[in-house]
Design a protein around this ligand. Structure first.
Ligand SMILES: O=C(CO)COP(=O)(O)O
Length: 252
């Protein structure tokens, strides 16, 4: 069954105290729904407190990154076993900030995707073109390469794709519904080619400057199965509002 997700990527924001206040605000607003899921991706230091606090709520928890090894001499890194231990379910892999600021390439991203799946974490593979690539008509070739190399060796459909055009992240310039429709359709076709019928259950999220006033028109697009929200997820009531928008569009 295809599920719709609203994920909040907090990036490097919120202390433990702020995280607990946020969890408190979510309480009571989110009801269990088998087709919809709301998930929060706090920074590592706040992950455990958040996971513990929302354990009895229909809210899931994700990490923003991980190393592919279980343990070792990797100063500053966090392993899949450590994430599993504290109740993390999802992990962002290959977020554009990891690709561009921390120079992660498709080869490394693929190792992380495979490791996440092996450890029964659900990878959220983030892909997207830069403005320069879009302007020189390379959007499809970049997306194809990121999908093919990122998912190399993956033979289950237990992962999520997040299409986040780099030029839309944190800029206030979201992809138009038409631009997003084209790329999401292209991604759906690539997934079908690789995974056949079972690819219909893979959720493809949109991310990049999602706000309350633009999310409705994006969420109603076919093959946009939810959102990965940065800045607008930092305020709990805005995040809940976005979740309600998603539900209202997909329940139509
Ligand atoms: O990078 C993003 C989510 O992963 C998007 O960030 P913004 O919503 O702040 O543009």
């Amino acid at each position: 069954m295809k599920k719709y997700f609203l994920f909040g990527n907090w990036k490097m924001h919120k202390t433990i105290k702020e995280t607990l206040e946020y969890a408190d605000c979510l309480k009571g607003y989110v009801e269990y729904n088998e087709k919809f899921e709301i998930g929060v991706f706090p920074p590592f230091t706040a992950l455990e407190s958040f996971a513990k606090t929302v354990r009895s709520m229909p809210i899931t928890v994700g990490a923003q990154n991980m190393h592919y090894e279980e343990k070792g001499a990797f100063t500053g890194e966090i392993s899949p076993l450590m994430l599993k231990e504290i109740g993390v379910k999802y992990v962002l892999i290959g977020h554009s900030e990891r690709r561009h600021i921390f120079k992660e390439d498709n080869g490394l991203i693929n190792k992380k995707v495979l490791s996440a799946i092996n450890h029964e974490l659900v990878p959220v593979l983030c892909i997207g073109e830069t403005l320069e690539e879009r302007k020189s008509n390379k959007t499809e070739s970049v997306i194809k390469e990121q999908i093919e190399q990122g998912l190399n060796g993956v033979n289950s459909n237990n992962f999520i794709i997040a299409y986040e055009p780099v030029w839309a992240i944190g800029t206030g310039v979201n992809a138009t519904p038409e631009q997003a429709r084209e790329v999401h359709k292209f991604i759906r076709e690539l997934l079908f080619h690789k995974f056949g019928e079972s690819s219909n259950d893979i959720s493809i999220l949109y991310g990049g400057s999602i706000k309350v006033d633009n999310f409705g028109s994006l969420a109603e697009v076919e093959n946009i199965d939810g959102g990965l929200v940065g800045g607008a997820s930092l305020d709990c009531s805005t995040f809940i509002e976005l979740y309600e928008i998603l539900k209202s569009k997909k329940l139509k």
